[in-house]
Design a protein. Sequence first.
Length: 161
Amino acid sequence: MAIEAVREYLKQWKKENDILEFDTSSATVELAAMALNTEPGRIAKTLSFRLPEGCVLIVAAGDARIDNKKYKAEFGCKAKMLTAEEAVEFTGHAIGGVCPFAIARSDVFIVLDESLRRFDVVYPACGSSNSAIRLSLEELEQMSHAVRWVDVCKLPGTEQE
């Protein structure tokens, strides 16, 4: 089970017991925000995209959306999300539980989107459709092994939307 792989992975930071598990689904930003009693922007959603050389996971604020123009400028190709099957193949996690921890393959790299910087604490999933963990941005950056910060999203209410 993917959550067990994440629990094992988080042991290196002594965070394995910090995973929150819910009786209800947290598979979408809205459901996760309700389960955590927090605003949707604090949900650190992990979006998975196909690249010519593998896959990129973009961890972004829950209320942010991919800006196709920025994405193409950053990665040199059109944004093409992984299918549900590809998500499991590349990450080891099913849609609804995809997270930046305990990734299945080495041709997956992780980036953090600037949309997260508005928050001191965020909540990424932990490999299941009913889990999350409370992390500071510094902890998220360290534990996800993010290679860099990017600016590939747009926020609600911005002129770019």
